[in-house]
Design a protein around this ligand. Structure first.
Ligand SMILES: *Cc1c(COP(=O)(O)O)cnc(C)c1O
Length: 387
């Protein structure tokens, strides 16, 4: 059994709230725990925090003592409590605790693999596709994924604060009438106060040619306490779609289910994005468990990403062949709604390229030989061309 599958097979979700609170000399108080500001104030960000909670391996200790300079370490108590303190191969732990492997630079590694800095129209606005833009709202997140595609930006304080950039961004959006879709990401936009988010969404919504607004966020996984009725009301008012980010079925705990319910009940369409990660979720059984769990929460799996070749992340990446193999075990084998599109975000800035198992076996003019999910070949004959 693979490491990923073994950890998914654990039936009891390890929850170590008391142990996490003791890191800060406190004892578990359900009311404080449920307060997202308390969660943010009690993030585990330093070697001594994680040392007090986890049996650290030498590789983790080294990663924590040196790595934070390049890319900050931060884990919310909510997410920390899901980590196994005794097992460094824990799929939750490996997502957020650095190891010495982060110092290994591999062939093809890049600081900015998706070439976003080049495609930046104005600071914090990436205009790669004809009709849509990516707006980097903040440069901080609730916690930091070690495989982050934007580690060059987030946690570094490298973006000017949004209010200072806002005029240039709005000018750009107003004059580029071809932009009909704005994706807010970052950094995690759901860390903004309701008032600031309301104002930001309001000014984007006021632009007539922008018809579709969505937010990418890992807050529902890292900090589900942040999903309050007041926040859902702001998202609802501006008719926002949400793309959430989950890596492993262990993340789908009751607090996360409650957050997704709150959002879905407010009428906010929910999608999710997952990065394919070695030893964490590179297994069809684990991913099926995750995608089925998301459907139960009314979250539609949208993209499965091949991990971007960010400097120092080779230990977390799989081959593309692995991704294609997994997709072959999903499509047709389970609900179509549970199957995301597998994409490679082309290094160098080519955008997202879908990759899937070959289904066209042969083509003779208008006669196509197509392979189904079970590996059987069927023919389809095109209609005669009108002459
Ligand atoms: C992913 C992405 C988008 C949105 O792409 P969709 O396929 O529409 O989800 C837009 N801009 C950039 C720069 C992106 O990386």
């Amino acid at each position: 059994m693979s490491r990923a599958r073994r950890s998914a097979a654990r039936t009891v979700v390890p929850d170590h709230r008391e142990r996490v609170c003791r890191v800060f000399g406190e004892s578990y108080d359900p009311e404080a725990w449920a307060d997202w500001r308390w969660q943010l104030r009690h993030r585990l960000t330093r070697l001594d925090h994680l040392e007090a909670y986890l049996d650290l391996t030498d590789a983790e200790r080294l990663g924590l003592s040196m790595g934070a300079e390049r890319f900050a370490v931060s884990v919310t108590p909510h997410f920390a409590a899901l980590m196994n303190p005794y097992d460094a191969s824990c799929p939750i732990r490996r997502q957020v605790v650095p190891t010495a492997d982060e110092f290994v630079v591999s062939t093809g590694d890049m600081e900015d693999p998706c070439g976003e800095d080049h495609a930046s129209a104005v600071e914090g606005l990436v205009h790669r596709y004809p009709d849509r833009v990516l707006l980097l709202a903040l440069d901080t997140c609730a916690a930091y994924c070690r495989y982050c595609t934007r580690s060059r930006l987030v946690s570094q304080g490298s973006l000017d604060p949004l209010p200072r950039r806002m005029d240039a961004i709005l000018d750009y959006l107003r004059t580029h009438t071809e932009v009909r879709d704005v994706l807010l990401s970052g950094g995690d936009p759901l860390l903004m106060s309701e008032d600031r988010l309301d104002a930001l969404l309001g000014s984007i919504r006021a632009i007539e040619h922008i018809e579709f607004v969505r937010i990418g966020s890992r807050v529902p996984s890292f900090l589900p306490q942040r999903i309050t009725p007041a926040l859902a009301a702001v998202l609802r008012r501006h008719r926002v779609w949400l793309s959430l980010h989950f890596s492993h079925p262990t993340e789908l705990v009751p607090e996360v289910a409650a957050a997704c319910d709150l959002l879905a009940d407010a009428g906010i369409p929910l999608g999710s994005q997952t990065v394919l990660l070695r030893g964490i979720n590179d297994d069809d059984v684990v991913l099926k468990q995750l995608f089925h769990g998301l459907l139960k929460l009314r979250v539609r799996p949208y993209y499965l990403y091949q991990a971007d070749p960010v400097v120092g992340t080779a230990h977390l990446r799989t081959s593309i062949a692995k991704g294609i193999e997994i997709m072959g075990k999903l499509r047709g084998h389970t609900s179509g709604y549970a199957v995301p599109t597998y994409v490679v975000d082309a290094p160098g800035g080519g955008g997202k390229i879908p990759v899937q198992p070959e289904t066209i076996v042969d083509r003779d003019g208008g006669t196509w030989q197509l392979k189904n999910w079970a590996g059987e070949v069927y023919s389809y004959i095109d209609p005669p061309e009108k002459g």
